[in-house]
Write a protein that binds this ligand. Structure first.
Ligand SMILES: [Zn+2]
Length: 417
């Protein structure tokens, strides 16, 4: 009865996959061709309904967990086996694109449909999931749904998170859950056999290297710091240098030494001062306070730890005797995806013959948290000029289909392993 030797990738339908992207993008569409479908909004709820309609039309079942992660399932032959799962997110940035997140979810739907069309039998169930609030634009932190699922964020604490208008997750979540009435309850943390997430790269490396598929081996780590230097406001015309407590002069010395430390000839390291506030911000007053942020990222744990730890030391050394506080506000170490699952992706891309390369994700994804609970990996496809979190975000129909074929082969292999 098993037709597992039929190649599932032959049943992946590039046109159907593209059409689904265009149809989903109508929900929350913006004038500039992007989408505004932020987490737990009416637009996101409509996208949930659309996914449910597509999935149930093919006989896949729907389940939802307490934080609003939405699962669709095609059964396997072994009723006790944990599912092999794929997915991503359908929430967007306020000025987001048609592909960020949507691709991973719709690729999951396409895989299940292709498996169905090819009549392939798998031992394990196959599922695709739309994680709740991956973007973190409305409610922080990002990747909220997957973090709660994996037990890495506290459920009750997340319910109390408030958006800019004072609306709590707790208040907005019931409407999202009510969008799919009849969905079976899914337990948070329910086991998975493996997880693979497909995503647009959101950077230019694949396009620059003219590769169709990125075999993602890990996600770089990120550390954020908030630095405050306190000086003393004084008259810019009358105060001698020796008497000044210039907070900006000290901050610039700190930033210059950090820039030197973070220079990287391999262009792997990412270092950004994204916010610099000078107070009181008057042309003829010596700055009495400077606040700035540091965003530092690296895929290698040793560099991540060593250079990251030196940031506060550099701030203290360059404070010129002024009080300085350095707060680390975010700390997510780099992760390496599971060899077995990355290996399945590599096998699939080799057998399909697509131009590919290994790549490390510069952005955080839900796969980070899945990697904590089951062997995980990711697949990237190129996006035009590497542009993402932008309404002009674009990807090629053939590249989306290629990534989905790789995903399909890898998932079916895992579901029969
Ligand atoms: Zn995304």
């Amino acid at each position: 009865m098993s037709k597992s030797n039929v190649s599932v990738s032959l049943a992946v339908d590039a046109e159907r996959l593209w059409r689904r992207h265009m149809d989903l993008a109508k929900i929350g569409a913006t004038a500039k061709g992007g989408v505004n479908r932020q987490a737990l909004t009416p637009e996101e709820a409509r996208a949930r309904v659309q996914l449910r309609d597509w999935a149930e039309a093919r006989g896949f079942s729907t389940a939802i967990d307490a934080i609003g992660n939405l699962f669709f399932r095609r059964e396997g032959t072994d009723p006790d086996a944990a599912p092999v799962v794929t997915g991503s997110h359908i929430d967007s940035q306020p000025t987001g694109g048609k592909f960020d997140g949507a691709f991973g979810v719709l690729a999951g739907l396409e895989v299940l449909e292709a498996v169905e069309d090819a009549g392939i039998v798998t031992k394990r169930p196959l599922e695709f999931v739309a994680w709740m609030n991956e973007e973190g634009g409305r409610f922080q932190p990002a990747t909220m749904g997957s973090a709660v699922y994996a037990g890495k964020a506290d459920f009750e604490e997340m319910l109390d998170v408030v958006d800019a208008d004072g609306v709590k997750v707790r208040d907005a979540l019931p409407d999202a859950i009510a969008a799919t009435p009849g969905a079976a309850p899914r337990e948070l943390g329910a086991p998975m056999a493996a997880y693979i997430e497909a995503h647009i790269e959101q950077g230019p490396l694949l396009e620059m290297a003219e590769k169709t598929v990125g075999v993602v081996t890990g996600i770089q780590g990120a550390r954020w710091f908030a630095v405050e230097v306190l000086g003393e406001e004084a008259h810019a015309g009358t105060t001698p240098n020796a008497a000044r407590k210039d907070a900006l002069k000290a901050a610039l010395a700190m930033i210059n030494e950090m820039q030197a430390l973070m220079e990287d000839p391999t262009d792997t390291l990412r270092f950004t001062i994204g916010r610099l506030e000078v107070s009181p911000g008057s042309p003829n007053t010596v700055p009495g306070r400077v606040f700035f942020t540091v965003d530092f990222r690296h895929p290698d744990l040793a560099v991540f730890t060593d250079k990251g730890d030196r940031i506060s030391e550099i701030c203290r050394r360059n404070a010129h005797g002024l009080p300085v506080t350095v707060k680390e506000t975010y700390h997510v170490p780099p992760i390496t995806f599971h060899e077995d699952v990355v290996g399945r992706v590599r096998e699939a891309v080799n057998s399909l013959g697509y131009a590919h390369m290994d790549i490390i994700s510069g952005a955080l994804h839900d796969a980070k948290y899945m990697n904590d609970i089951c062997p995980s990996a990711m697949i990237f496809v190129p996006c035009e000029r590497g542009l993402s979190h932008n309404e002009l975000e674009n990807a090629a129909k053939d590249d989306l289909a290629a990534g989905t074929r790789v995903l399909a082969e890898a998932l079916v292999a895992l579901a029969n392993a």
